[in-house]
Design a protein around this ligand. Structure first.
Ligand code: NAD
Length: 260
């Protein structure tokens, strides 16, 4: 479905972004992966995508706190791979603290990586999409784009901001073949989530199952994690012709969390 197209996925060296980059490649897109990590592991992911799907994959080390590096990532993709047709703004970090103790540098980093980076990437990619009359912008938001949790002021503010950015850009490009949507996952089973389990088991004297059900999935009525494959499948669907009327939508994928 995405042959001869290029997908840029920010924050795709692990978790949701990596699954989405692989899913776009499976559909025939050349892909740009981005994010931090061990050089060898990143190269293994990059070459694995090329080998598994017979597409080109390039790695961008752009730091999502740096507007100049974000703009370069998009222009390099256009120069090396011909275009940027799918842009998935996915890079994100978290910090949890009461608002009156929230470190200012953490606030600034979360707003930069989880919100402003999407603006900078969209700003750089939209001219090419408008020129070609086709584009898909998918922002990884969160259930926290719709509801709040205590101690996550920066994350919730950034994710609500992503929802507003999604709607605004969707209106601006609605007649130019470009759709802009946000996927709002609940808890997704990623290495990040998995890594929290041993400490929580110790701290609360709970079994692994109790931590999953009563702590992590406390707000998620299905009591099941969303999987990275489900998010990736949703992102691919948003690139399909069937989804071309879906734009400006803030789309929940949260096991019922925000129905409450
Ligand atoms: P993850 O930690 O596995 O992936 C985050 C990615 O962002 C990594 O590739 C990391 O290297 C990259 N990154 C971090 N800082 C960066 C920077 N300054 N510049 C470039 N890349 C940077 O986490 P994940 O769970 O896959 O999260 C991906 C997105 O999904 C985030 O936006 C997150 O808020 C969102 N999300 C996650 C969950 C969940 O439960 N895991 C739920 C809802 C939304």
């Amino acid at each position: 479905m995405l042959e001869k197209k290029t997908a840029v996925v920010t924050g795709s060296t692990s978790g949701i972004g990596l699954a989405c980059a692989r899913a776009f490649a499976e559909q025939g897109a050349n892909v740009v992966i981005n994010g931090f990590g061990e050089a060898d592991a990143i190269e293994a992911e990059r070459s694995g995508i090329e080998k598994d799907f017979g597409v080109r994959c390039i790695y961008s080390a752009a730091d999502m706190t740096r507007p100049d590096e974000i703009a370069n990532m998009i222009s390099n993709a256009e120069n090396e791979l011909g275009s940027v047709d799918v842009l998935m703004n996915n890079a994100g970090i978290q910090h949890v603290a009461p608002v009156d103790e929230f470190p200012i540098d953490k606030w600034n980093a979360i707003i930069a990586i989880n919100l402003s980076s999407a603006f900078h990437a969209i700003r750089a990619a939209v001219p090419g999409m408008k020129k070609r009359g086709w584009g898909r912008i998918i922002n990884t938001a969160s259930a926290h784009a719709l509801v709040a949790s205590p101690y996550k002021s920066a994350y919730v503010a950034a994710k609500h901001g992503i929802a507003g950015l999604t709607k605004t850009v969707a209106l601006e490009v609605a007649q130019q073949g470009v759709t802009v949507n946000a996927i709002c996952p609940g808890y997704v089973w990623t290495p990040l989530v998995e890594a929290q389990i041993p400490d929580t088991m110790k701290a609360r004297n709970m079994t692994e199952d109790e931590v999953k059900r009563d702590v992590l999935l406390q707000a998620q009525p299905t009591k099941q994690f969303v999987t990275v494959e489900q998010v990736a499948g949703f992102a691919v669907f948003l690139c399909s012709p069937t989804a071309s009327a879906i734009t400006g939508s803030i789309l929940s994928m949260d096991g019922g969390w925000t129905a409450q």
